[in-house]
Write a protein that binds this ligand. Structure first.
Ligand code: AHM
Ligand code: MG
Length: 320
């Protein structure tokens, strides 16, 4: 059975997700359309860099911005045209950005994840989640965003890699759509993604070794005995590989980042929902990651995600 391979994402959204409210579909469409434009910019990144160093203006006389700022502007602009979105919070903005006063949904975004890889042609991505606005009787407040990961309505990412792909969960299952640049469409290429039972890789920045607690050092030593190492340094790319091939990604706390490095609302919550819906597990070490409730917009947490057995092993280590 081809499981609908080749179906465009918009068709999929309309046909398969009949239980979704039309407003929520509009929100998702706006985000995905914005990512189509970011895809174009990422593909031009080398050129933008050349133009940037020649005088920091492009052929139109506009200032050449860094790609992460360009991506942020594109996606925020797109979201603001959708009257279903009440407010947006992004990794790039200190405060939330108010949207439509009548909007029903909140959006959290990492517009371009993997900053250190932007200029060197290595996979980067956009990470997003959609949440329900808790109260419509008053203007949105930042505290409205402080929800546990279990409350997410939609979670997904776009990876701008050797091809561009959308990986998304809309309520059940995880599906992957590959971008066809000729048609300008995301087409279903990876229906019902399940993380393979057997892990292949462990992914962690071992440059942080001397800053880890002994228990993390011991854990990573044990992983080295059993699994192959793969680490890119873009969460989207590291997560995507492990989702398709099986593995465990770790970003533990260290003495430089005592609360962990990755941000709960823009990175951890999204990947946790995708992992769990694909049969994997996600944890902060002390709590299943989806149960964590952040106390600040830009809160960071330690993060462990991947095959269920591997993450459970880590949770046992923390509990002992
Ligand atoms: P960014 O959102 O500013 O790009 O930072 C987050 C990135 C993640 O994509 C990645 O997992 C991590 O930082 C890599 O960190 P490090 O360079 O410390 O290994
Ligand atoms: Mg990021």
């Amino acid at each position: 059975m081809d499981q609908g391979r080749g179906t465009s994402f918009m068709e999929f959204l309309a046909r398969e997700q009949v239980g979704m409210s039309p407003g929520l579909s509009q929100v998702v469409s706006s985000i995905v359309a914005g990512c189509g434009l970011i895809h174009k910019q990422v593909n031009l990144a080398g050129l933008a860099d050349v133009l940037g160093v020649t005088g920091a203006t492009n052929v139109q006389g506009e200032t050449v911005q860094k790609l992460d700022a360009i991506s942020r502007d594109i996606i925020v602009r797109h979201c603001l045209t959708c009257d279903q979105i009440a407010a947006i919070a992004t990794e790039e903005d200190e405060q939330m950005i108010p949207g439509s006063t009548t909007g029903t949904y909140l959006v959290t975004l990492d517009p371009l994840d993997g900053s250190s890889n932007i200029d060197v042609n290595v996979g980067v991505g956009t990470i997003f989640s959609v949440w329900l606005r808790p109260l419509k009787s008053r203007p949105v407040q930042e505290t409205d965003f402080l929800q546990a990961g279990t409350e997410q309505l939609v979670a997904g990412y776009i990876i701008y890699g050797s091809s561009t792909m959308l990986v998304i969960t809309l309520g059940k299952g995880v599906n992957g759509f590959t971008f066809d640049p000729g048609a300008g469409l995301f087409l279903l290429s990876h229906p019902n993604i399940r993380i393979p039972d057997k892990p292949k890789y462990f992914s962690v920045n071992e440059g942080n070794w001397s800053r880890w607690a002994i228990q993390i050092q011991t854990l990573v030593s044990q992983l080295k005995d059993r699994l192959s190492a793969r680490y890119i340094g873009s969460l989207v790319a590291d997560f995507h590989r492990n989702l398709l091939k099986g593995g465990i990604f770790l970003y533990p706390a260290d003495t430089k980042s005592p609360g962990g490095k990755l941000r709960y609302l823009y990175e951890v919550a999204t990947m946790s929902l995708l992992a769990e819906r694909a049969g994997g597990r996600a944890s902060t070490g002390s709590l299943p990651a989806l149960q964590h409730r952040p106390t600040a917009l830009h809160e960071r947490v330690p993060f462990f995600v991947g095959n269920q057995d591997e993450v459970e092993q880590i949770e046992r280590t923390f509990a002992s």
